[in-house]
Ligand binder design. Structure first.
Ligand SMILES: Cc1ncc(COP(=O)(O)O)c(C=O)c1O
Length: 437
């Protein structure tokens, strides 16, 4: 056995030491001294040194209704005691009930679901369904997007930083991102005439056969740093997509389940109807899950056999049903809008105070700060993000990171967050930003 004595000396946590020794180094942790979490309750988590943190990232927008939520836990425990596993070869009640519920709460004509274990698989399933339905093979995605770790999903990712290998799948092309703060066309909304959406047309006409299977996009580009497309973007993007025979896949892995405020799904902030929605993460509050919901025609085109051992797992399904119930009973879509607006106002105040903040953006409880060395040149300032990370951690607050240049602070507080918790986050960010110049 090899041991790294230098690491042992600098690492207080036995868990972190073993992580460094026995996991792929690519499984990188946040912070100079990584945090090993051992317990969570509501908006708070505790590390193995018994330090308490306000969790403002929820394991990447995944713990959405609080750690160890009693109503979700009760549903999980009850289901584990009743029936743990079936595989997709047998029907089970939680899966059937969840599929029916998704039909009721998703927009437009979406009706039939396929369940998997992750966002990656949800996106893979959507892409496969779109190809089978249209009999076409090319997919348009966005630069700065993220879709997962499979060969297909990795090829679709719009970040060199998340791609260890070159494109593995043919026929996936990347259009310009609707990234107003760093407009790739150096234009300004609305005078730009949504030139970024028009880029989809140019990409289809110049880099594909001219007929595509689908355009897949996140309503807000999450890993990209919560890039919010401008009003009218999806209306035009989807119009172009349909003109070229494609379906519209909304990747709602981060933006669903009330996260963006008032709506169940992020795409509902635009006036378009997806042919397929994918989701995962916050859907089951931390229990592994993936879902792909499609219109009946698209679902019916998925010919032949398909199978997922853990897809539709009764425990994951019961957890998701419980999460949706909590969101409904506690009116958390509204809370995400109200507390999200309060958080946004407080982040805007921080922008007035700290020149290092170049942009504040997001919807609902999905809010980010993009840090720059200079507001004029907009040179990214990833080092400032690291400084804020260390200071907020010291003050007992966990936040997230993102953006192609790793210069965006991402927050994804619990949907049942309070103003007091927002104030706690703001205080820590303020202190961190003072030290980050
Ligand atoms: C928008 C989006 N799609 C897909 C994925 C992949 O999900 P998973 O990590 O569950 O495979 C992610 C993960 O962060 C994501 O943010």
């Amino acid at each position: 056995m090899t041991t790294n004595t230098a690491e042992q000396q600098t690492t207080r946590s036995e868990i972190v030491r073993k992580h460094k020794e026995f996991l792929f180094p690519a499984v990188a942790n946040y912070y100079q001294e990584p945090v090993a979490l051992v317990r969570g309750e509501g908006a708070y988590v505790w590390d193995d040194q018994d330090r308490r943190y306000l969790d403002c990232f929820g394991g990447v927008l995944t713990v959405s209704v609080g750690h160890a939520n009693p109503r979700v836990n009760e549903a999980i425990i009850e289901q584990v005691k009743t029936l743990q596993h079936t595989s997709t070869l047998y029907a089970n009640r939680p899966q059937a009930d969840l599929a029916e519920k998704l039909y009721q709460i998703t927009p437009g004509r979406l009706r039939k679901s396929f369940f998997t274990n992750s966002g990656t698989e949800a996106d893979d399933t959507a892409i496969m369904a779109a190809k089978l339905h249209t009999n076409r093979h090319e997919i348009v995605v966005l630069r700065h997007s993220y879709s997962g770790r499979s060969a297909t999903a990795l090829t679709a990712v719009g970040h060199s930083t998340w791609r260890p290998l070159p494109a593995q799948v043919a026929g996936i092309v990347h259009a310009r991102a609707p990234y107003c703060y760093r407009c790739p066309l150096k234009l300004t909304y609305p005078e730009c005439g949504l030139a970024c959406a028009e880029d989809i047309k140019e990409v289809i006409e110049t880099t594909t056969t001219g007929e595509i299977a689908a355009f897949m996009a996140e309503p807000i580009l999450g890993v990209g740093g919560f890039i919010v497309p401008p009003p009218g973007y999806f209306e035009r993007a989807v119009e172009i997509t349909r003109q070229h025979g494609g379906l519209f896949i909304a990747d709602e892995v981060q933006t669903a389940w009330g996260r963006t405020g008032d709506k169940w799904f992020g795409i509902e902030h635009w006036d378009v109807e997806p042919d397929i929605i994918t989701s995962a993460k916050g859907m089951a509050n931390g229990v592994p899950i993936g879902m792909t919901i499609a219109t009946p025609e698209v679902a019916d085109s998925y010919k032949g056999l398909t199978f997922s051992t853990f897809g539709g797992n009764p425990v994951s399904m019961a957890a998701a049903l419980a999460v949706i119930k909590v969101i409904e009973e506690d009116d958390l879509r509204r809370n995400a809008a109200t507390i999200g607006a309060y958080l946004r106002a407080r982040l805007d105040e921080l922008k007035d105070k700290h020149a290092v903040i170049g942009d504040v953006r997001g919807l609902g409880l999905m809010q980010a700060l993009e840090l720059v060395k200079d507001r004029e040149t907009k040179e990214p300032h990833p080092q400032a993000v690291l400084t804020v990370f260390e200071e907020t951690k010291r003050r007992g607050v966990l936040i997230g990171k993102g953006g192609l240049y790793a210069n965006v602070i991402r927050t994804g507080m619990m949907l049942n967050s309070t103003k007091e918790q927002v104030d706690e986050l703001i205080q820590a960010l303020d202190a961190g930003l003072v030290t980050a110049r």
